[in-house]
Design a protein around this ligand. Sequence first.
Ligand SMILES: Cc1ncc(COP(=O)(O)O)c(C=O)c1O
Length: 406
Amino acid sequence: MQFDRPVFDVTAVRASYPALADGYAYLDGAAGTQVPATVIEAISKAQASGLGNAGGAFPASTRSDEITAGCRAAVAAVVGGRPDGVILGPNMTTLTYRVAGALAKTWQPGDEVVVSRLDHDANVRPWIQAAERAGAVIRWAEVDTSTGELPAGQYASLIGDRTRLVAVTAASNVIGTRPDVAAITAMARAAGALSYVDGVHATPHGPVDVALLGADFYATSAYKWSGPHIGAVIAAPELLETLHPDKLVPSPDEVPWRFELGTPAYASLAGVTAAVHHLAGLAAPAEGTLRDRVLASMTEVQRYEEDLFAVLLAGLEAMPHVTTYGKAAIRTATSYFTVAGSTPQQVAEHLAARRINVWNGHNYAWELTGALGIRDGGSAVRAGLVHYNDISDVERLLAAVTELAR
Ligand SMILES: Cc1ncc(COP(=O)(O)O)c(C=O)c1O
């Protein structure tokens, strides 16, 4: 049979994830995805091959160097950056504190930093704390709480001559809103400010191009897209050259090593590369560059998730005892809801008893849940889709939430 575009076969995809065999509906992907067998094998193979620390004269050390180089190239293929601009580390939060510390050394009292109430706290607090130390002023972009949108227009009055950095998310980790990042970063650039885009929630849900987003820095975490617990920040190497994070005297001063602290998790880096190849193989032709194949696959993933999410959202919205949060025009397949008569914790426990994994609480969307006025009451329940979820997961969720009607 001939298809005019690659086919996304969710049954085959699910079979590649050993953890999914336990019969649970994994609707907790926004907090971290499961990993396919190829990732587990890559980590195990790297470990078994004999690894050494970087830069040594013996083969085990060369293998570690090759793994690191391969990982940078693979991450660059996911987001469209350059391998020598990929900073690797344990997670996005650690790397964001690192970049914030380095950038803040260039700030003067009275400089301004713009953060948003839509963001995960990992793209808010590091900037606030760094700004406080530098005497810089924080300016807030607000969420329209009736829609969950982060209107880009407000940035025209938030960004000015003193703005040094604009930190904004490419997608909310609870209500899924995808703001107009390109418009926001363009305003930042026009004012001579840098942008730091949190792509942790956005990356697993569709194709990413840091140039199209206009992001000076783009942060992502491989464990949200079928990889192990590794984070990455991608920037132009020329920009990284201008920054000088705190570092040990003997550690490499070259970019991007300058930004990386201590000994990397080499085996996990091998797993990240395997995860990128997994993404590339989800629904793409076998030919083409890794970047081409990731883009083709993620375009299909986005389409698949959107269709499935439409069923999930329509089901929740049809229930009189359910309140959903966020109705942004462009969003990821992430639902956030409360159920009348049950606390979010009780809902999560009810679902867990039916073998459905969801998260309840603020999920570190601290400012947003505060702005929505739900944080003190336990916030809400998050059920999110990733590419390995299927209609049976959605139907189980809807049936279990229906049971909570009183
Ligand atoms: C949107 C978003 N940003 C940042 C983070 C923090 O990422 P990490 O756990 O890699 O520090 C998360 C984690 O859930 C997230 O969803």
